[in-house]
Design a protein around this ligand. Structure first.
Ligand code: NIG
Ligand code: FE
Length: 414
């Protein structure tokens, strides 16, 4: 039996705390961190460190430490892939056009319904592992490719198993209102009733769901159908978030705001008035540049208006087989800056502090006393490098709850 030291002290590091301490990135040069009982108990300049008695002292070898990154929007549990659809889109077919012809999300629904829980787990685990190795310690996972009671529950169970069987902290979101399944093609309201009366109550009863999401779009659900799903979520005391304004403008954001949604996501077509309403409600804007990139989308979310109104912006992979086959959060930092016009500091805040807010988690997202000791350690000198280099694999280790989950350089990193 190994006895854990009471505290671990990390030295030989610079800490991008991402806390608002007056420095860019909340940076502390020549920093030290003290971890006690899985949480950060102290962080500051090394010269002010008081080493707790019995502490284990570890050198980070001059590397940068940040909060463990948080991927607050993924669909990483799914069957099959859509590389064939990607080829068709590159040859000129549109996303909505493919969806209208029965492809798109519905083709992933068919593959997901056919897959067992173990098959879904194995495929999702590979993607989760890549996101983890890109720096993430917390990942949100949505359902939404089952669209029937049994398969939606199976997807959420896989999400829960990912949280138990991997080092990553996983939160699960019920996205049964992703699109209307074929069998309800002429009765979308009937499908909304199935969600409200059966899928949601069962998912709650089985302890499988942390939040509820929906896709508000002409090819998915209307604002009033979303309203019905969110009203049911509120009755179960579950927070809500919404895919809104991705392909076209509608009242989705207004519905999200009226339900005090944790986040509204995508937002390419959000209006200034909607941005102002989000600021009022404290709804986080989750921006998904992997989808922008993959779809060759030319519309951009109104980042300037978000800044002006003080809307918190988060970034996520949106890892999914249709619009964002992306499993690298450091790449998302780069794409958020290059494609969406965020500063690199805003982009890093977007995958740490603001991503925690988008999940309603106030125990993580910054390096501050009292927060979980979820850390990412980087082979860089400056925080800006995380979003500057592309494909360099610069994350050398991730700590979750005070425990290193992998150390790329220690031989167990694969
Ligand atoms: O976030 N917008 C809807 N849902 C996903 C796409 C899902 C798919 O195409 O499979 C998204 O982009
Ligand atoms: Fe999405």
């Amino acid at each position: 039996v190994t006895v854990r030291p009471a505290s671990t002290v990390l030295v030989d590091t610079a800490a991008a705390t991402m806390a608002e301490n007056g420095e860019p990135y909340g940076l502390v040069d020549d920093a030290a961190l003290v971890i006690t009982g899985g949480a950060i108990s102290w962080v500051g300049p090394r010269r002010d460190l008081v080493t707790p008695p019995g502490a284990e002292v570890r050198s980070l070898g001059g590397r940068l430490v940040t909060p463990g990154l948080i991927d607050c929007h993924t669909h990483l549990v799914f069957g099959g892939d859509r590389s064939g659809e990607f080829e068709r889109r590159l040859a000129g077919a549109g996303y909505a056009e493919i969806a209208a012809a029965g492809g798109g999300i519905r083709s992933t629904v068919r593959a997901t319904r056919e897959a067992s829980g173990d098959q879904l787990l194995a495929a999702a685990r590979q993607r989760l592992d890549r996101i983890h190795r890109s720096g993430a310690s917390t990942v949100e996972v949505k359902s939404g490719y089952g669209l029937d009671l049994e398969t939606e529950l199976r997807m959420l169970e896989v999400g829960r198993r990912l949280g138990v069987e991997t080092p990553v902290e996983v939160t699960t979101t019920l996205l049964a209102a992703h699109v209307v399944p074929d069998e309800y093609g002429d009765d979308p309201d009937g499908y909304v009733r199935l969600i409200v009366e059966q899928i949601l109550p069962r998912a709650v009863e089985d302890g499988l769901v942390d939040a509820v999401d929906a896709f508000c779009e002409h090819l998915a659900f209307t604002p009033s159908q979303v309203d019905a799903v969110f009203t049911a979520a509120a009755a179960h005391r579950l927070p809500v978030k919404l895919h809104a304004g991705q392909l076209s403008a509608d009242e989705g954001v207004d519905i999200a705001v009226s339900h005090h949604a944790l986040s509204a996501d995508h937002l390419e077509h959000a209006t200034e008035a909607q941005v102002a309403a989000m600021a009022q409600a404290g709804t986080v804007a989750v921006l998904l540049p992997g989808a922008t990139h993959t779809l060759g989308e030319t519309a951009r979310p109104p980042v300037e208006a978000m800044r002006r109104h003080g809307v918190a912006m988060a970034l996520a992979t949106d890892c999914n087989p249709g619009t964002s086959p992306v499993a690298d959060l450091a790449l998302v930092v780069n794409l958020g800056a290059v494609l969406l016009g965020l500063s690199l500091e805003e982009a890093l805040v977007g995958v740490t502090r603001n991503a925690a807010m988008a999940l309603g988690l106030d125990d993580r997202g910054t390096l501050q006393p009292g927060k979980r000791a979820d850390l990412a350690v980087w082979d860089v000198d400056r925080p800006a490098e995380i979003g500057y280099w592309v494909g360099m694999g610069l994350c050398s280790s991730v700590w979750v709850g005070g425990v290193p989950s992998f150390d790329r350089d220690a031989g167990n990193g694969g």
